[in-house]
Design a protein around this ligand. Structure first.
Ligand code: NDP
Length: 442
């Protein structure tokens, strides 16, 4: 059942999220990234909505061509190029891997080749920038708003297609979820793992590429624009490129692990993931770089070092916390965490058909500090990206505000699910590890 609060939030997001993204990008394009000036202009009657709209670049054939080529290229890399990175990179898990068991008991196979796609795409990018000169490396920045229209079209087409597919030809009918509420189903998705053919998995493709492969390319395009406009790339831009680059590379290095995260294990594929991956992720996760094109902040060495250290510590906590859980679950607790055998709480749960299963919740390492310390590390890294932009405007801080909302909501959503899954065992766990994100605070 869909409660009124969820429905209200969904209607709000479906209606306003595209405008929020447009507002951010437009405010940079027309107001030097000030979020208040457009509102002030409108309220004071200095401008009408039509003035802002008329100054907004429209959809162009060039942008449509670039976007189509981009998505097609990523589809080709995803579907037709089996992974070879795992054959020569020690420690990298790629190639055909299994996902988690779905509620209907299906175990999907995935071709993990995201790292390869990322490397090929970036090699081509640099080959073009330094050797071939087919197009300017500022191409993404130069077409940013026309590309926004293309991304929206794809986001809506793919979400609508996923909904129709859920009704008419689902990949696995038993893994579909119908709440009876049209808006909820459209937003949160019907099918669990929609696929076309054996290998084209909507969730893995749309989240990783075009979304996350694009992230680092977009940042590189912003750096190139700074170089073109000011004759240099600022240290803040380098910091944002490096820290976010580490995060993106981490994602692809651990793509097989990602199959076990909430997005793939529990979320269905609807507008939330479809539109979110096409529009929200590439446009809002890159706001710091965009801001720095308009405001080329040059940090003093001490501040730059402080931000780098915060970002690296955040990344370390994020990675190690995720790694500890992964190791613990893979070895069923037969491993060492910080040099000792891990402590844990034995728990059990019932599947829908009444079968009893057993699991373990670790209370050692970072998982003994807080129940979602991986989110804490993620938030520290996110804060570092924002701080690199200085304090003149609020826009670059949108990311940390958004991540705090996203991860706190995710935390509550996950705990709600775990409580209904593990019951009293979950209560024992929360008594042993009382804090969610920050020991002693929350
Ligand atoms: P987690 O990796 O924290 O997974 C939560 C699940 O882990 C729970 O449902 C439970 O599953 C299991 N679990 C919980 N506590 C324990 C424990 N003590 N011991 C063992 N297993 C436990 O969540 P996510 O999938 O949301 O996040 C993965 C990473 O991705 C995070 O680091 C997050 O920061 C990042 N992320 C980043 C986003 C971004 O936009 N940048 C968006 C979302 C996530 P079970 O049912 O198996 O027991």
């Amino acid at each position: 059942e869909v409660d009124w609060f969820s429905l209200a939030s969904i209607l709000f997001l479906l209606t306003f999220a595209p405008f929020i993204v447009y507002y951010f990008i437009m405010s940079c394009d027309q107001y030097q990234c000030s979020l208040t000036d457009p509102v002030v202009d409108l309220l004071m009657g200095n401008k009408h909505l039509s003035d802002i709209w008329n100054k907004t670049p429209p959809l162009t054939y060039r942008a449509a061509g670039i976007y189509t080529l981009w998505v097609t290229f990523q589809v080709v890399l995803y579907v037709f190029l089996p992974d070879f990175c795992h054959k020569f990179l020690p420690g990298y898990v790629g190639g055909v891997q299994e996902g988690a068991v779905t509620p209907a008991g299906v175990v999907n196979k995935y071709e993990i080749n995201g790292l390869q796609a990322w490397i090929i795409t970036h090699l081509l990018w640099f080959a073009n920038a330094y050797y071939f000169h087919w197009f300017s490396p500022t191409i993404i920045f130069d077409n940013w708003i026309p590309l926004l229209w293309c991304a929206n079209i794809l986001g809506y087409v793919v979400s609508t297609f996923a909904m129709i597919k859920g009704y008419l030809f689902p990949t696995n009918a038993k893994d579909c979820k119908f709440t009876g509420n049209f808006f909820y189903d459209y937003m949160m998705g019907i099918e669990f793992n929609p696929r076309i053919g054996k290998w084209f998995d909507f969730k893995l493709f749309f989240n990783g590429r075009p979304g996350i492969v694009a992230w680092t390319l977009i940042n590189l395009s912003y750096a190139a624009k700074q170089q073109e406009l000011y004759g240099q790339v600022t240290n803040s831009m380098i910091l944002v490129n490096v820290l976010q680059g580490i995060y993106v590379l981490d994602y692809f290095w651990n793509e097989a692990w990602y199959l076990k995260t909430i997005d793939i294990c529990h979320d269905h594929f609807g507008w939330y993931l479809g539109w979110g991956d096409c529009v929200w992720l590439p446009y809002t996760y890159t706001l710091q770089g965009l801001y720095l094109v308009y405001h080329p902040v040059q940090l003093c060495t001490a501040n730059a070092m402080g931000i780098l250290i915060l970002g690296l510590i955040g990344y370390y906590i994020f990675r190690m916390t995720n790694h500890q859980k992964d190791l613990f679950r893979r070895t069923n607790g037969n491993c060492k965490i910080w040099g000792k055998k891990p402590e844990y709480i034995e728990c059990s749960y019932m599947s829908v058909d009444g079968t009893k299963f057993y699991s373990k919740l670790m209370t050692s390492g970072f998982w003994g500090w807080a129940r979602h310390f991986n989110y804490t590390g993620d938030l520290m890294g996110s804060l570092a990206y924002c701080l690199a932009c200085g304090f003149a405007h609020i826009l670059p801080y949108f990311y940390i505000i958004y991540m705090m909302i996203l991860l706190t909501h995710r935390c509550l959503r996950d705990e709600h699910r775990c409580l209904s899954k593990y019951g009293k065992d979950w209560k024992r766990y929360t008594a042993a590890v009382p804090y969610r994100l920050l020991p002693g605070v929350f």
